[in-house]
Design a protein around this ligand. Structure first.
Ligand SMILES: [Zn+2]
Length: 433
């Protein structure tokens, strides 16, 4: 797949029509041989024939909404190289990540803005980003000031669901984190001026870092404030081993950090389904990765597709050498699948993709070599999962992400409203072969 142009290509064109020979692609609905008509950056209409004299014709191309990246950690966007995971162990990679956070190179404020710009430049407009509490709760400013600072530095055109990461292994820590979570939510809700572009969410990190009390409190806050939740779940075999036997690399990692944990009191259950069940009443839930969900867990998610989804991250999946993702099974069962890029700390060089820039009509850099590019993610899917149709992939990369992050109401059955008259013209022109 290639991006041929985006709406900015035509920003000085005044009134114009874009016509495609292959017809439009709208997730969930196609209009053949249609034209998109725009006046001064605002959608005028969709019509069978171009309405304006100025026509941009793209042969064998489709117009789609911008991509949505439902799972990312932009705090690492200044990293030049990924963090080593040794032989694919997440526990080893986490050790490296924690060292990076202590280093002079770690500058989350700059990295989040850099990463958001990189995402927008490569075709993405919706982001689900996980941010540490230390970013908002520090000596430099109060939480409201910090929320405003980041909200106003993000690029125009981007919608961000900022998930506050929460870690607590005991009740006392859980109380502190929940208190911060409430203050964070209050601060974001006070920033009405950013209400449509900067939104809040909560991210209890993962089963091995979240106590039952913290999880319970997150569900309450999600319902009270009507905000989405995301959690890393069934990401690794190390995690399953910890849940089942209270042993393995995660236990060893905790020991290395000298953390005294009684797993009997910390873990909620023996399987990811225990966590899915505990979170099922949240406003919305994005399960980050879900690489090792079993058949019953996949069916559980499918039944609750109105408020639960998974964020599959194909590029880090390759980076860690995970087992094949049960993507066809998830689609067939009815799971709402979305896509994430994760971030610059866990990506692979993938050199054999098509060169997305080769016949680009724009000067922008849509290169698939870019670690945060959703186009790279989509191209990995197209190549590695040929059993998934292009329509399914595009729907997953756009509409389902918007629903999962709460940017689109569940009743909007497709992304068609992206092209409703009066909306800002913000789209990609792509070639799918
Ligand atoms: Zn993650």
């Amino acid at each position: 797949m290639k991006i041929l142009a985006d709406s900015r290509t035509f920003q000085n064109a005044g009134s114009y029509s874009i016509s495609t020979e292959a017809g439009f692609f709208f997730p969930s609905a196609s209009i053949s041989n249609g034209a998109l008509n725009v006046i001064d950056g605002v959608i005028d209409s969709v019509s069978p024939k171009p309405l304006f004299d100025k026509v941009f014709l793209f042969e064998n191309a489709c117009i789609i909404p911008r991509f949505v990246n439902t799972h990312t950690h932009l705090e690492a966007s200044n990293l030049r190289e990924p963090i080593s995971c040794g032989a694919g162990l997440l526990s080893e990679w986490i050790t490296g990540l924690l060292a990076f956070r202590q280093s002079a190179a770690y500058n989350p404020e700059n990295a989040i803005v850099t990463g958001a710009n990189e995402l927008y430049e490569t075709g993405t407009s919706g982001i689900g980003d996980v941010v540490l509490p230390s970013f908002f709760f520090n000596e430099n400013a109060d939480v409201l000031q910090n929320v405003k600072k980041i909200a106003c530095s993000l690029p125009t055109g981007i919608k961000t669901r900022c998930f506050l990461e929460l870690i607590a292994l005991n009740d006392a820590m859980a109380e502190t984190r929940l208190n911060e979570a409430k203050r964070f939510l209050d601060a974001v809700f006070q920033c009405a001026e950013y209400g449509k572009t900067f939104m809040a969410g909560l991210s209890p990190h993962a089963p091995y870092t979240v106590s039952p009390k913290l999880l319970e409190g997150v569900v309450e806050l999600s319902r009270a404030y009507r905000v989405p939740v995301t959690i890393h779940l069934a990401e690794t075999e190390e995690e399953l081993q910890l849940l089942q036997t209270h042993s393995g690399p995660f236990c060893e990692m905790m020991r290395r950090f000298d953390v005294d944990v009684n797993w009997n009191q910390t873990l909620l259950g023996k399987r990811p389904i225990d966590y899915l069940a505990a979170l099922a009443d949240c406003e919305r839930v994005v399960i980050a990765h879900g690489n090792y969900l079993d058949d019953a867990e996949i069916r559980f998610l499918a039944k609750r597709r109105d408020n639960m989804s998974v964020a599959f991250c194909p590029v880090p999946h390759k980076f860690f050498g995970r087992r094949r993702y049960p993507l066809r099974q998830m689609f067939d069962c009815g799971v709402r699948v979305t896509l994430g890029v994760d971030g610059r700390a866990s990506w692979s060089y993938i050199s054999d993709d098509v060169n997305a820039c080769s016949d680009s009509a724009t000067p922008q850099n849509f290169s698939i070599a870019n670690p945060l590019s959703m186009l790279k993610t989509v191209n990995v899917l197209l190549r590695d999962y040929p059993e998934i149709s292009i329509n399914e992939i595009l729907e997953t990369a756009t509409y389902h992400g918007n629903v999962a992050l709460g940017f689109t109401d569940i009743s909007a059955k497709s992304c068609c409203d992206t092209f409703s008259p009066g909306n800002a013209a913000d789209f990609l022109v792509i070639r799918t072969n």
